[in-house]
Ligand binder design. Structure first.
Ligand code: SF4
Length: 318
């Protein structure tokens, strides 16, 4: 018998093959406080052209972020490195899943070039999960940080990394490249992990954030969760305490939105006043910065937030 491997990519391949046979799950209609700007401005088009010209992927597009019209108009794009295909299959995420291609060795330079062309004072770089790589992509992250530093010395760098689960030494490689902000999202409360983020482990993620501070206390640490996934209020408060125990500086809380009917349903749209209440509680627990609103995303207003973060640390030191 001959096995023929068809190496031509199949345009009919579903974006999330693991979800195809799941039953549809319906979310309630969006409330009027979830309103976004249409992506049709000149700034948006310029940003898209620069992203395309450098052959890059962005989480803004791949995750279907609701803020893309606003952010790209201001030339704020969040680069997603190591390809467009993720080796995990989280129930909330719209990034394509499957077996990724080999790493593009020129990508760090291309990210640096795009950062310069966009004139970014603060750049955010994230990635897909690369469980297929021995180091989870840690060295590629470090190379990207170094390439941006070389091309744009005054640009501050924020990274949003995967958890590098079972990749010993990976975190240390990334931290040694000295990003200004190290973000790793918890995504949800521990009781929802098995359904929302089954490939990850809550306490591993907490420990990862704690390790970053142990390795280099000057690096700001940041983490975020989505609400509306069936969590209880007391669980969100427990997450705040766990993050403060790991010395995390910055917390983001945003509303989960369902990318397709095959993804986890929105269990509830949390009203804006509840986000304000979370923000107040989080500040009392000692975070330097908190952003909590329906459309809060890790990288939304990241540049302005970084300036406020630095100011808050300086004020604390006085
Ligand atoms: S919030 Fe982040 S992911 Fe969304 S469009 Fe803005 S920069 Fe991109």
């Amino acid at each position: 018998m001959v096995v023929i491997v068809d190496t031509i990519s199949n345009p009919l391949r579903p974006r999330h093959p693991e979800k195809v046979n799941r039953p549809d799950s319906a979310s309630p209609p969006k409330p009027n406080w979830i309103r976004v700007r249409a992506p049709n401005t000149r700034g948006y088009a310029d940003t898209r052209n620069i992203v395309r010209a450098n052959g890059l992927h962005t989480v803004c597009e791949e995750a279907g972020c609701p803020n893309i019209g606003e952010c790209w108009d201001k030339k704020h794009a969040t680069f997603m490195i190591m390809g467009d295909t993720c080796t995990r299959a989280c129930a909330f995420c719209n990034v394509k899943t499957g077996l990724p291609n080999a790493l593009d060795a020129a990508e760090p330079e291309h990210v640096a070039e795009a950062t310069a062309k966009l004139g970014l004072a603060h750049v955010v770089v994230t990635s897909v999960d690369r469980d297929d790589l021995a180091d989870g992509g840690a060295e590629h992250f470090a190379q990207t940080i170094r390439a941006i530093r070389a091309a744009c010395p005054s640009t501050t760098i924020e990274i949003l990394t995967p958890d590098f689960l079972r990749k010993d030494g990976a975190l240390e490689v990334v931290a040694a490249a000295k990003p200004d902000v190290f973000n790793h999202n918890l995504e949800t409360v521990p009781s929802r992990y098995l359904t929302v983020r089954p490939g990850a482990r809550y306490f591993h993620s907490i420990r990862l954030l704690q390790r970053v501070k142990e390795i280099d206390p000057t690096i700001f640490t940041k983490s975020g969760i989505m609400v509306g996934l069936g969590e209880e209020r007391h669980e969100v408060q427990q997450v705040m305490d766990d993050l403060r125990s790991a010395d995390v500086d910055f917390l983001t809380i945003g509303q989960y939105l369902q990318p397709t009917r095959k993804h986890h349903a929105v269990m509830r749209y949390v009203p804006p006043d509840e986000f304000s209440s979370y923000e107040k509680v989080a500040y009392t627990k000692g975070f330097l910065m908190v952003s909590a609103s329906p459309l809060t995303r890790s990288s939304h207003h990241a540049g302005e937030d970084f300036a406020r973060l630095k100011a808050a640390r300086a004020a604390q030191a006085r």
